[in-house]
Design a protein around this ligand. Structure first.
Ligand code: RET
Length: 235
C-alpha cells in the first residue's frame, strides 16, 4: 500500500510538471519565470516520490523507517514556493531582498531542524520539532503581515490570486507539523501507511493545486507590476 501511495505521488507530480511546462509555452510576456519555478517544484517532488516509490530515500532510525528523501525535496521546493508567493506580492522584489532572505532563511531552519528531528531516535527530537514549528510560525507570520501588505499595491486580480494562494499555504503548511507529530517520527498515533497518505495529500495540494491555481490565472500574471518589465524583443 505504501508503494501505491508513493507511486501516485510520483505520477501526480510528474503530470503536474508536464502540465506546467505545457502551460509555460503559452505564458504571457514577462511571466515565464513563474512557470519555470513551479515546474521545477513539481519536478523535484516527482523525483523524490519516484525514489521513495522504488524503495530508496529511506534509512532506519532506531527501529523505524525514516524517509529522508522528503526533506531533500522540501529543502528545495518550499523556498521556491515562497519565492512564487513573494514575486506575486512584491512590486519590486529587488528592493525587498531582506524580506525574501528572511522568508527563505526561516524556511531552511524549519526544514533542517525537521530533518534532524526525524533522524533522531530519542526525546530530543521534540525539541527540534518545536524549533522547526517556531520557525514555521515566524515565516507564516511574515507572509500574513508583510506579503499581504505588499500585495495591496498590486491590481485587484493579482491581490485576489495572491490571497487565495497565501491562505492555501498558511492552512496546508500548518498541517505538516501535526501530521509529523501523529506519524511514525512523532508519537506514532498513526502508522507509516496513513502518514504517507496524509503527506501525499498535503504535498499534492501544496505543490500541484497551488501551481494550477497560479499558472492558469494568466490574466492576473500578466498584470503583475514590477518583477521583470517586458522588454520589446529585437529579432
Ligand atoms: C516538519 C517537521 C516538524 C515541524 C515542521 C515541519 C514542517 C514542514 C512543512 C513542510 C512543507 C512542505 C511542503 C511541501 C511541498 O508541497 C518538517 C514536518 C514545522 C511546513 C509545502
Amino acid at each position: 500500500m505504501e508503494t501505491v501511495f508513493l507511486s501516485i505521488g510520483a505520477l501526480g507530480m510528474i503530470i503536474g510538471a508536464v502540465s506546467f511546462a505545457y502551460l509555460g509555452t503559452q505564458a504571457p510576456q514577462g511571466t515565464r519565470h513563474f512557470y519555470a519555478i513551479t515546474f521545477l517544484i513539481a519536478l523535484i517532488a516527482g523525483i523524490s516520490y519516484f525514489v521513495m516509490a522504488t524503495g530508496g530515500g529511506l534509512t532506519l532510525v532506531g527501529d523505524r523507517a525514516f524517509y529522508y528523501a522528503r526533506y531533500v525535496d522540501w529543502i528545495f521546493t518550499t523556498p521556491l514556493l515562497l519565492i512564487d508567493l513573494a514575486l506575486l506580492a512584491l512590486a519590486r522584489p529587488g528592493r525587498n531582498l531582506g524580506l525574501i532572505g528572511a522568508l527563505v532563511g526561516l524556511d531552511l531552519v524549519m526544514i533542517l531542524t525537521g530533518l534532524w528531528a526525524g533522524a533522531t531516535a530519542g526525546g530530543g527530537r521534540y525539541v527540534l520539532w518545536f524549533i522547526s514549528t517556531a520557525a514555521m510560525v515566524a515565516l507564516l507570520y511574515l507572509v500574513v503581515t508583510q506579503l499581504f501588505a505588499a500585495a495591496r499595491t498590486q491590481s485587484p486580480a493579482v491581490q485576489q490570486i495572491f490571497r487565495t494562494l497565501a491562505v492555501l499555504t498558511v492552512v496546508l503548511w500548518s498541517l505538516y507539523p501535526i501530521v509529523w507529530l501523529l506519524g511514525t517520527e512523532g508519537f506514532g498515533a498513526v502508522g507509516l501507511t496513513i502518514e504517507i497518505a496524509l503527506f501525499l495529500v498535503l504535498d499534492l495540494a501544496a505543490k500541484i493545486g497551488f501551481g494550477f491555481l497560479l499558472l492558469t490565472n494568466r490574466q492576473a500574471l500578466s498584470e503583475i507590476s514590477g518583477g521583470s518589465v517586458a522588454q520589446p524583443r529585437v529579432s
